[in-house]
Design a protein around this ligand. Sequence first.
Ligand code: SF4
Length: 280
Amino acid sequence: MMKNLCYESTSDCLLKCPYCISNDNGVMKQDHYLEIIDFIGKLLPERLVIGGGEPLMDALLKEKITLIIKKYHEVNEEPYISLSTNAATIITQDKWLFLKNKIQCLDISIPSLNHDIYAQMRGIDLLDQVLINIRKAVNYGLNVRLSIIMTKQNYNELENLLKFASATNVNSVRVGRYFPFRNAYDVKDNYELDETTVIRIIDDINNGKYSNVYSGKIIPPIRTLSMMEGYLNVDFNGMLFVPNAEGKKLIGNVHDIDINALKSSFKDSQSKIFIKYKEK
Ligand code: SF4
């Protein structure tokens, strides 16, 4: 079974992060979503990450998730769907209940608790709405993961963000790092951390420096970009790719890819992907 697939389901987003990597997917179309869902149904990844853009702005999100779940159920499997969101939109009660019932993890990205830094990193200051949504997600009983991307702008805030994670009772935290790939390359001088700082952050997490601050699972940043070579993505046009130093390494298209060959070609690289299920 394929371990992980990331479906970039929309290009719509209400934020304007200068380091946004996904705005190189071209013009947004929904023409291919049924073929993409068929592909997901054949691949049956152990974990499906639905991202964007901002997937909560995707008008077809509910339909897509419902169809994906159906594909797994047709072969008596249960999906593990992680929705990767900036949580900056207003989320209706109806949508909260849908998420609570249908997805296994809500991965909320929050780079800062400081309004100025949040605005610098996200282009627009919608931090208050994000904080409201994190608390609501926990109250609705979702499995909530905070994703914190470390850059030059915010790396001093990690401890504060982990205190916040503890105070809000989120289930886990993933600490990511800015990589100068895809469209983010152009702003690397403003965001890229030096390697010594990244290694210190990774070692601090692995050595338990923050275990008194946050008792849940903290997933550290990856050490090298080559660890992403098993990170298969499909965009909303059905193009399959993995991120690499040049941007994207194209693998093919959902229309004509040989699923078995794809699975076996990713077997080794995917074994490096860390999947932690149900951090409750
Ligand atoms: S929140 Fe994500 S999709 Fe939206 S602009 Fe920022 S990086 Fe891009």
